[in-house]
Design a binder for this molecule. Structure first.
Ligand SMILES: N[C@@H](CCC(=O)N[C@@H](CS)C(=O)NCC(=O)O)C(=O)O
Length: 206
């Protein structure tokens, strides 16, 4: 049985969605980051940077969401990680972990949770958020999914960040290719299940 150290954030949901897509049995180990449980002695031994997600898969402990997605895909016959598109999948996965997640994460901190604390930071991350929506929209005007015309781990990594679109106030519906991609992924049964693996009644915002 796979153990998923998880909290319902975009990074956590990437992995619950992947596990659902692969039809794997897994057990959620909730690490409540709002209560600083990530800093407990127990979890510090598992996660060197005190971050979720982490998986335990037999003898392996795997950290970092991008690597966890690659690891799970490789263990499962390269599902959602077709070697034919490895370069493009890695590119868009790296774009997610190095840019989309960190910048939208800062937008959440300043625009959603601390408005009025720093006009400079709010404007900077709102501007970067708009750029991200625009870059993704252009890419999705050329391909059905981010890396190619197939659904891959690059989409699985990026989708949960766009699920916070109501927090961003950028207007996802104005980005026609991005919104088409978003609605397509949002209706996948594994995504709906993986978005709320604890059955808390959380729904993907459309
Ligand atoms: N680069 C990491 C980022 C993971 C991350 O930032 N996790 C957040 C939740 S979304 C976390 O655990 N934050 C707790 C903390 O930093 O104290 C990944 O992609 O897995």
């Amino acid at each position: 049985m796979i153990e998923l150290f998880y909290y319902p954030t975009p990074n956590g949901r990437k992995i619950s969605i992947m596990l659902e897509e692969l039809h794997l049995d897994y057990q959620i180990k909730r690490i409540d980051i709002t209560k600083n449980e990530q800093f407990s002695e127990y979890f510090s031994k598992i996660s060197p940077l005190n971050k979720i997600p982490v998986i335990k898969y037999n003898e392996d402990v795997v950290i970092e969401s991008g690597e966890i997605l690659i690891y799970l895909a490789k263990k499962n016959n390269f599902k959602f990680y077709d070697p034919k598109y490895e370069k493009e999948i890695n590119e868009w996965l790296m774009i997610q972990v190095s840019f989309v997640g960190p910048m939208l994460g800062q937008l959440h901190f300043f625009h959603k949770f601390n408005p009025g604390k720093s006009e400079f930071a709010e404007n900077r991350f709102l501007d970067l958020g708009k750029k991200i929506y625009s870059y993704l929209d252009v890419r999705l005007s050329k391909f059905k999914f981010l890396a190619c015309d197939d659904y891959t781990i690059a989409d699985i990594a990026t989708f949960p960040w766009l699920c916070r679109h109501e927090w961003h106030d950028i207007g996802i519906k104005n980005f026609k290719n991005l919104y088409r991609w978003y609605l397509n992924i949002a209706q996948r049964p594994a995504v709906i299940k993986g978005y709320d693996p604890e059955n808390l009644g959380e729904k993907i915002p459309l």
